[in-house]
Write a protein that binds this ligand. Sequence first.
Ligand SMILES: [Zn+2]
Length: 465
Amino acid sequence: MAISVPVAQATVSALPLSQLVSRPYLELLELAPAVSFKAQDFEALRKELAQQRRAEAERLQKEEKDLDARLGELRGQLKSLNKEASRDTEKMAERRQTVHCEILRLEKIRSEKRVEREHGMPVAFDNRLAKADLLEQWPAKKIEVDRFIADGRARERRFGDIEDIGVRKISSDQEKDIKLGEEAVRDMKLYSLMPPELEQKEATAYVRSLAERIAANSDMTVPVKVTVLRSQEINAFAMPGGFLFINTGLLEKVENESELAGVIAHELAHVSARHGAQMLKRARLASLFLQSAQIAAMIATGGVAGIGLYYALQGGFFGLGMVLNLSLLGVNRKFEVEADQLGTQYAWHSGYDPRGFITFFDKMASEKGYVKSASFFRTHPPFFERILSSVSEIEYLPKSEALKMDSTEFREFKQRLADAVKKEASADKKKPALRREPECPAEPEGTTSTSALVPASCGVCLTEE
Ligand SMILES: [Zn+2]
């Protein structure tokens, strides 16, 4: 039988495997049955990717070493400055100021570099490996799923009773988690780990109503309580008991309503299945908050050790999400895969195209610079399993033309959000703050220090044990 492939797709399918793994997931799903690579092609690609990954890690490590050397030099300059006289002359004070600013700037780059090496870069490679796995295994998996459906056995899969969402029982006693979630939220506020809330009412109201719509189409039996946090970190997380936190960084990054719906649905799946509560029984809650308190202390005192982190939290690139221990949020391998399946169902049940989550996931994993999106992936998740869980579920779900990708409300919200984020950030600068940093020349807007340094060679849930 001849396979009909659209022209654009035909061009893509002619690409070598090494380039195909940089294409979007949705494209590869369509393509997978039409391409034929041999097992040894995949083997060769995996070897190649492993080698590239090692080289990339070495490159980043070398950059960190260079930064350390430069920082050592600068601290040496301060030492010799201190030997010159008991008091600074005007010229000495000026030099000292320049050195301080340079140390602060490099400390920031240094900490971003480390996040990139430890989290961002592995994510980008895992994502490509998952794409190779998908190309290799999706055709057979699709046939299996389709056969299951044809045999009338679709409902036999786990959580297969999708018509009963909201009535079926996937967990009991969700309300018992409210106290736990409340305590965790209170502690995070107590330790100053929570970024400020977005003040713009209409933007927050939009996110809240979307979350409530999805909650109403989920298996949640507790009300969802939404907080929009003003942080550039691309992240969202839910605490047991229905406390959903979404950062403005993520809201700015989603490109249509189905992407946002997908992220929210994934988070609410964790609440519905009580993942956080299940993990908490085993989690060492005390050590989490001790760790958080230590970080908060470094920030409050502005100690040298904390400068990089201080900047990171101020800049909100990898603040809360990096600090939160994933065990608190119930993030582990099994739960992630489960939340991906349930989240797919909830987005669909709410009337959204469930592929939005996959597009967003993919975009984050392929993001250049990584720093802002690093905490989105801190689980070091089995990417292939997660994607497979989502796409198989999509295959199982009844097809519908009516699924929404976008809305005018979403467009209006995006505009409001962009204005509000700008306005509220500039208001921050006028507020007095506990800061020891000297007045340093500002970096040009929109450039993170990392993106300036990193060549473009090399992207909810969130964070790792
Ligand atoms: Zn998750």
